[in-house]
Structures are given as C-alpha cells and as structure tokens.
Design a binder for this molecule. Structure first.
Ligand code: LLP
Length: 416
C-alpha cells in the first residue's frame, strides 16, 4: 500500500498532484511520501508486538537526511556501512545507541569514529576486523560491542548481484568458522560480544530462505551457549522484497510472525535491517518526455531522466512500472522504450511499455524510493535530480537539484 494514487485522471502524491510538483521543482525529480514511509516502518515495528526488537533501517536504500529524520522521529535505529552514512544519521537526529555498523571493509578512521560516539554494535565481517576493533577500542579505553555477520550459505533466490548469503559471496564469516571467531572475541580485553547477524540478500519474495538462515543461526547460537558465550540480540538483516510488478512478497507482519514462531519463545532481542521494504514504494521518479522517436523497429520515448538518475534497470535489468502522470490522452497506445539522454545503449528506464505518449508528457517511474537517488551519479556531467517530500498537502524540497558548478567542486586546473 502507498499514497500515490490516481484521482480521476491525475496521479497524486498524498494530496498533491505530481504534475504540480514537476512544475514547481522541475524534472527529473524524486518524490517521497512521508505517510507511506511511516506506514511501512510501522508495519515492521508493530509486527513484533510485545517482543523486544529494534528496526534498523538500512541507510543505503535512501539516505536523504529528511528521510532519515522522519524515521528517527519514529524511534528507528539505523544500519550503516560507512562514515558518510553515520554522519548522515547523526545529522538527521538518529541516536548513536541505535546504530549498527555493517560492511566488509571498515577502515580504521571509521571504526574510531563509531567507537567515539558509542554505536550499538559492529557487525564484523572479516576475521582481521575483530583484531582491528579490539586494538582501536583499547587505544580509546572503551569496550567495543560486536556481533559477527555469519554467512549461512543459503540461496536467497534473488538476482545474483544482490544475493549475499552464499558461501561464494564476499560477505560475512563462514558459519562454520564463526565459532572460532567468537572464541577469540571472548578472550579479547576490549570486546564485548552482544549478538549475531546475518543478511542473505535483497528483494526476497519468500519467507523460506529467511527461515533457513535463522535455523542455521540458531544452531550456532546453541553451540555458543554451550560454551558459555551468551548473546543478547539476533540481527536478521534486511532483504524483504517489494512488489515492483507481480511479485507477492510476504507482508512484514507475516514475515515477522514466521520468524517469531521459529524463535519459539526465545527471548533474544531481534534486530532487522530493512531498507527497500520501507522506502521502495514510498518514492517515485518524475521525468518528462523530451522527444518521441518512432523508428522502423522500435518506438523510443527519450525522457529527461537517465541511468545516472536511476541505474537499476540498466544494472540489473530491473523492471519498474512507468505510468503517465495524467491518463487522459488522445494518442494511440503504442509500445515505447523509455530511454534517457546518456550515451549508452544500456541507458533505459523501461522497454516495450504500452503508453499513449505525446512530447512533453510527464511520466512517473514507480518504486523508485529505494536504491534510486542513492545509486545516482553524475555520468555525462548530469547534475543529480531534486528530491521532494510530500507530507499531506505540503511539499518540501529536501535536496535541491545540483547546479552545474557543483559538478566540478574540488577539481583544479594545472598550474601555468
Ligand atoms: N543489511 C545489509 C547488511 C545489506 O547489505 C543490505 C542491502 C540491507 C540490510 C538492506 O537490504 P534491503 O532490505 O534493502 O533489501 N542496489 C540493489 C540492492 C542492494 C542491496 C545491498 N544490501 C538494488 O537496487 O536492488
């Protein structure tokens, strides 16, 4: 469910016609719905009912500080993977004690910064990271809270680029090696073991792989307990999919109740790191048709958004719905490839979309709230799009469109 709906012929974001947003802020433009964001976050939070839990929104999905702030106000935690994401969370009013730090390549300066602000937990992904954290915590005179991200070797049955829980992936510590790492950690003076973590992939549309991963994690938890290593929390990562087209992923409540059932009364605090399921369908991308180019083989609609704005179609062959901002049209319905101005054949937003188009029409790419703006670039020296948040009958510019001058900030001519 979301708050992007047609009223008669016009698409609205909450109470605002998207056409008005395009007129005020220009295109391409990302538009987010606050009510949708909040509803999706609440669905996770309420799914746990009375069970101790913390929803740590995965910042990488959409890191605009206004988005983070809306979630922080609800009491959200945050899953970060870089110092940049950490600073964004703090700037947005997130609490350090609700931050978990994931990622395979944490640098020393990143670890130090996170230790200084007192984050909730480091999700360790490499053996050497444990030694590094222990040493740095010792230097600062603090105790570092850690969990290990284990790789449970389960098939998430998703796109190979976003599947992370197989043993051939770079992520996490082999679940069979993990006990050895926990034993090492238990001996270290500046380390406090607080949990265990796994994340098996993204855009999962079934519960079974999550439950398989949980079973493997629980088996390890039991082994650890026998050795006297007690954990406080289980972090089961993110990855719950959304409906882009005809997928039927479980609702957060169904997914969470399946997890709780499997936990069968164990009282661990449960952490989740959802990204896409919270922001994906809370955002759209507005783009205008610059030219129509019917050819002998294909009809191209050349729009002002491109792969630099939204790379998912080009990178993963991802399908995202493309709909008109206004459904009233006297044009014939034709199949159009919706392409951008970037000089790459892979620069498309959608192929063979049946639409009634005219030059100047406003189009809407749906499900663009997650991994949209955050994966955008300046390729072809294109300034990044504006971002707008709708809140009922109000719109707020939450990121101004980049200016041309911003494109070369920090660049320098050679001396004479
Ligand atoms: N936790 C960890 C450790 C992760 O690596 C990720 C995503 C998440 C949580 C959040 O996963 P989500 O709930 O959003 O599925 N760019 C790709 C998706 C990459 C996901 C990377 N990791 C896409 O556009 O489909």
């Amino acid at each position: 469910m979301d708050f992007f709906n047609y009223r008669q012929h016009e698409l609205f974001a909450e109470s605002i016609p998207v056409d008005k947003i395009a007129q005020n802020y220009g295109t391409p433009c990302y538009v987010y719905s606050r009510a949708t964001l909040e509803m999706h976050w609440q669905a996770f939070d309420q799914g746990f009912a009375g069970h101790p839990h913390l929803i740590c929104y995965a910042v990488k999905a959409n890191s605009n500080i206004a988005v983070l702030n809306v979630l922080a106000r609800l009491g959200s935690g945050f899953d970060i993977v870089s110092l940049g994401e950490m600073q964004r969370v703090l700037t947005a009013g997130g609490s350090p004690e609700k931050i978990v730090f994931s990622g395979v390549g944490k640098r020393e300066d990143e670890i130090l910064a996170a230790l200084k602000i007192g984050i909730r937990c480091f999700n360790i992904e490499v053996s050497g990271e444990l030694d590094r954290i222990n040493r740095l915590a010792g230097e600062l005179g603090v105790i570092a809270p850690v969990s290990f991200r284990v790789n449970p070797d389960v098939d998430a049955k998703t796109h190979p680029y976003i599947s992370t829980g197989l043993k051939e992936n770079k992520f996490g510590i082999d679940i069979k090696q993990a006990i050895h790492e926990y034993r090492r950690a238990a001996q270290m003076p500046n380390i406090q073991i607080v949990g265990i973590d796994c994340h098996i992939g993204s855009q999962l549309t079934e519960t079974v792989p999550f439950l398989d991963a949980l079973d493997r994690v629980l088996a390890l938890v039991d082994e650890l307990q026998e050795e006297g290593i007690e954990l406080h929390h289980l972090d089961l990562g993110g990855g719950l999919g959304i409906c882009y087209r005809d997928e039927h992923p479980p609702q957060p409540s169904e997914y969470i109740s399946a997890l709780l059932q499997r936990l069968a009364g164990r009282s661990f605090e449960i952490l989740l790191e959802p990204g896409r399921a919270i922001v994906g369908n809370a955002g759209i991308l507005l783009t205008r048709v610059e030219y129509l180019k019917p050819t002998a083989n294909k009809n191209f609609a050349i729009v002002d958004a491109a792969m630099n704005d939204l790379v998912r179609p080009a990178l993963y062959g991802a399908w995202q719905a493309i709909i008109p901002a206004n459904t009233e049209s006297d044009q014939a319905e034709l199949d159009w490839d919706i392409v951008g101005p970037v000089c790459e054949t892979g620069d498309f937003l959608g192929k063979a979309r049946s639409l009634k188009l005219r030059q100047g029409d406003l189009l809407v790419v749906r499900s663009a709230g997650a991994y949209g703006f955050t994966m955008s670039s300046n390729y072809n020296s294109r300034p990044r799009a504006a971002e707008v948040m709708v809140d009922g009958d109000k719109t707020h510019l939450i990121r101004a469109r980049e200016t041309l001058e911003q494109l070369w900030v920090g660049e320098q001519l050679l001396p004479e």
